[in-house]
Design a protein around this ligand. Structure first.
Ligand SMILES: C[S@@+](CC[C@H](N)C(=O)[O-])C[C@H]1O[C@@H](n2cnc3c(N)ncnc32)[C@H](O)[C@@H]1O
Length: 232
């Protein structure tokens, strides 16, 4: 059972009670902080990949896993028609408090409306959780597309995380796909239930798209093994 610590942290920040950042770690990496202000970033503070995705967004737009809804907010301020969804109760409360007109607590697989643009940003493939679920999520996303619609999603090839200082790899190929991580989050001394979080390299995403009848095109590379893709 999730405690929605992510949502709690967003709410604290929104309500002027910011005192600590979220702490994350994974089965292959040590503790790291996720600064709360970053989740409330302005357009100029966003990575180029995200700016590009916003520039390409048109028509009826869905922001999936919106978090504090920074992307949805920019689009709404530009006069675009955007719906923001998240499965975190706290995130949706924050999105509404920030002025998002259409924000709903809906897990992606329960969304049923159709859209011209679907955004999944800040490692959008994370929501798929593990490789075995990718086709389920992609098929569902495809069913939410209007004709000529597009999915804009970012992720990274994280094989660099398995390199040691000499450039050697310690990747154990018997352990499955290297982008499948166990993700741990804590906030103000409380620990969230462990989650699965998936990073997909571009070629693996492209192959998965082909099997469900989606085309997959790389729009741009990011600064650190990351990329933005368009599925249609
Ligand atoms: C890394 S955060 C990204 C937040 C936001 N897109 C951003 O760029 O700041 C991932 C978000 O996805 C949400 N999420 C995870 N699984 C989801 C699902 N199945 N359906 C909807 N939202 C989900 C989480 O609650 C979290 O808010």
């Amino acid at each position: 059972m999730t405690k929605d610590l992510f949502g709690k942290a967003l709410l604290d920040y929104q309500n002027g009670k910011y005192s600590e950042d979220i702490i994350t770690s994974t089965n292959i990496s040590d503790e790291d902080t996720l600064p709360l202000p970053y989740l409330f970033r302005k357009y100029t503070e966003m990575p180029k990949l995200e700016q590009k995705a916003l520039q390409l967004s048109k028509g009826h737009i869905l922001d999936v896993g919106c978090g504090a809804a920074s992307h949805a907010l920019w689009l709404q301020e530009k006069g675009l028609n955007v719906k923001a969804i998240d499965n975190s109760k706290g995130a949706i409360e924050v999105a509404l408090k920030r002025g998002i007109i259409n924000a709903k607590r809906i897990p992606l697989l329960e969304e049923t409306e159709t859209f011209d643009t679907i955004l999944l940003l800040m490692n959008g493939t994370g929501i798929f959780q593990e490789l075995s679920q990718v086709s389920t999520y992609l098929k569902h996303l495809k069913s939410l597309l209007k004709s000529e619609g597009q999915i804009l999603i970012d992720s990274s090839d994280i094989s660099y995380m398995y390199e040691d200082e000499d450039g050697g790899m310690w990747l154990d190929l018997n352990q499955g796909y290297p982008g499948e991580l166990d993700y741990f989050l804590s906030y103000k001394g409380e620990k969230e239930a462990p989650m699965k979080w998936l990073y997909l390299d571009f070629e693996t995403l492209k192959t998965a798209c082909l099997t469900v009848g989606l085309k997959c095109e790389k729009i741009m590379d990011g600064a650190h093994f990351d990329y933005l893709a368009k599925l249609y």
